[in-house]
Design a binder for this molecule. Structure first.
Ligand code: IPE
Ligand code: IPE
Ligand code: MG
Ligand code: MG
Ligand code: MG
Length: 373
């Protein structure tokens, strides 16, 4: 396996303090289960059954649920409550928390369903994955056939569209006052527009040999980081955080979200399908521009000539390509860039109260670039 990238998750995580990564792993696992419960009840199989089964296909297959976990942790950090001490479906707002602290008799007891907002973000994630697999011609996702392979192209397009619309229905249903609901819906809508723009750039870059690192970073901000930004922003909006804090939260999402995508690109090169649940080497086969291949091109590597016939690529060929990229220093370069982004993202959390949930958000930022799948 290539140097600097490690052969599996535990090697990749060896820079972390064991206790720290355990705490964040536990924080993710507990919240993931709660998100799964919410998704199961809120997205039942209705008629036409085939459409709803296709819509649930990837949700049922698994997924890390990292974005909704970010949303839930942000809510806990912001309102400064003990982790898991509050019902996510009836979460106290900042107004209520402030009033309670000042023992004001006119306590605003408005409660917000932040779980449904978090589920909305994950439903957008599922929608983008279904359509992404069509665009990227990928037949494996979350360890199962992608939706257009398990069903058919028409059903996959509609399943994605259904989830896209459902996410807005969910976001309308948080119980927030009208003004905050509109702000959350607006954030979600702008996020979806940006994702489409980013995905269009991603596809367009495949046929260009002169894409720059700055263009790549802009593209991944749009296709990927904006959803992390929405996950961090929306609880701020719904719970009544001030504008400065909301922007800091969104900034955290943008930084760690870009780092997350760089890690995704690295895992595409190195993680076996059994672990990743996606085909290894897909980006090279598809001619995707990533920070790794852009850097390698600058070092004189013929990145478009790394693999032979795209229809018959072997693991051995991918190994050889990864060795070339590693030898050019491109894997180390991408890793370093992701680390810088994570550091910056962690700094944005200074806008939050100093508490346990904030500590988990800092660790989660590290986890995003150390994860093995
Ligand atoms: C995959 O996201 C899509 C990208 C933006 C790279 P994840 O790696 O979070 O996928 P799941 O949700 O855990 O399957
Ligand atoms: C995905 O980027 C971005 C979105 C899903 C919007 P990738 O194409 O790299 O994601 P994977 O690797 O297929 O999950
Ligand atoms: Mg893809
Ligand atoms: Mg893609
Ligand atoms: Mg990828």
């Amino acid at each position: 396996m290539s140097a600097g990238e490690g052969g599996n998750g535990s090697e990749d995580g060896d820079e972390r303090d064991g206790g720290e990564s355990e705490a964040v792993a536990e924080a993710i696992a507990v919240r993931r289960e709660l998100v799964d419960e919410a998704l199961a009840t809120r997205l039942p199989v209705a008629e036409p059954e085939r459409l709803y089964r296709a819509s649930r296909h990837l949700l049922d297959a698994g997924g890390k649920r990292l974005r909704p976990v970010v949303a839930l942790l942000v809510a806990e950090a912001l309102v400064d409550v003990e982790p898991l001490s509050e019902d996510y479906r009836a979460f106290p707002t900042l107004d209520a928390a402030d009033d309670a602290r000042s023992e004001d008799a006119s306590v605003d007891d408005t409660r917000i369903d932040v779980m449904t907002a978090a589920a909305s973000i994950e439903v957008i994630q599922s929608f983008t994955l279904i359509h992404d697999d069509i665009m990227d011609d990928d037949d494996l996702r979350r360890g199962v056939p992608s939706v257009h392979h398990e069903y058919d192209l028409e059903t996959a397009i509609l399943a994605g569209d259904t989830l896209y619309a459902k996410a807005f229905e969910f976001m309308l249903d948080t119980g927030a006052p009208a003004e905050r609901s509109v702000a959350a819906l607006s954030a979600l809508a702008r996020t979806c527009t940006a994702i489409c723009e980013g995905q269009a750039l991603d596809v367009g870059f495949e046929s260009r040999g002169d894409v720059t690192a700055a263009e790549y970073l802009g593209m991944i901000e749009q296709k990927t980081a904006v959803l992390y930004a929405a996950a961090a922003r929306v609880p701020g909006v719904l719970l009544g955080a001030d504008a400065e804090t909301v922007e800091a939260l969104a900034g955290y999402g943008l930084d760690v979200g870009r780092a997350f995508q760089i890690r995704d690109d690295l895992l595409d090169l190195t993680a076996p399908a059994e672990r990743l649940g996606k085909r290894r080497g897909s980006d090279l086969i598809e001619g995707k521009r990533t920070l790794v291949t852009l850097h390698a091109r600058e070092q004189g590597v013929d990145v478009d000539g790394l693999l032979g016939d795209p229809g018959a690529v072997t693991d051995r060929e991918i190994d050889a390509a990864v060795e070339r990229l590693d030898a050019a220093g491109s894997i180390a370069y991408a890793r370093e860039t992701s680390r810088e982004l994570v550091e910056r993202g962690k700094g944005r959390l200074d806008a939050l109260p100093d508490n346990e949930a904030r500590a988990r958000l800092r660790e989660l930022a590290e986890y995003l670039i150390d994860r093995g799948y």
